[in-house]
Design a binder for this molecule. Sequence first.
Ligand SMILES: O=C(CO)COP(=O)(O)O
Length: 258
Amino acid sequence: MKNFLCGSGWKMYLTCDETVDRLKKLQDNLKDFKDFKVVVFPSFTALADANKNLSSNSCVHIGGQDMFWEKEGAYTGEISARMLLDVGCEYVEINHQERRRFLHETDEMANKKLKCALSTSLVPFLCVGEEKKEDAASVKNFLSHQIKNLLSGIEKKDAQRIVFAYEPMWAIGKYEATDPKYIQTTHKIIRDIIAELYDQTLADNAYIIYGGGVNHETFLDLVALPDVNGLFTTGCGIVPDVFADVILRSAEYLRNQE
Ligand SMILES: O=C(CO)COP(=O)(O)O
């Protein structure tokens, strides 16, 4: 089976009780599932409770939706890597489009967060992607510039731990918008940029997952794409029955390809 995982950012939707309830349902639906990792990103306030409700040997892991780039200090409202690790996080989202759009976060800030995350055991989901749908040459230009900025000063041994989440802003929350041909082209562009920055082996082994408008009717068209190593979905991921169905059917599809 190719490298694959499914992630879901639960954004700013659920209280602690709602998070725990959905996490329990998700785990019940997935029972002994082991084919690949499933990562859920609840709100900060629900992480500790979420962690307490992860069953032993669960395929479900948790992560923080963001973190700050300093280890500790007078940074009101921010969350450190150590705090995420303290409540059982193994993953952290960095550079999500909504943080760029609403909080004006930049490549430079994301680069600092990425370096800080990689100095710990956290695995970053590094979001990349353009704002507007463009032709392949323009997207390549944009992504090349963005990924170089984001990975500036990051060594190969650390880069190989990153999960790259291609999430174009124009596709997020637009459930009719997935365009498999465009997505495959872009994932290949991202893999080529990684190969250019590091080497082909690292690029071939990199997880490059897709997020933005993944929908329950067409997700298998994305799973089938050679350079797609997973799905990152809020729309399908926040409903446990739907998310479990996406995960189980993706695994079945991938097993049948072997
Ligand atoms: O932003 C996303 C995951 O981080 C994707 O959101 P949607 O699934 O709502 O498009």
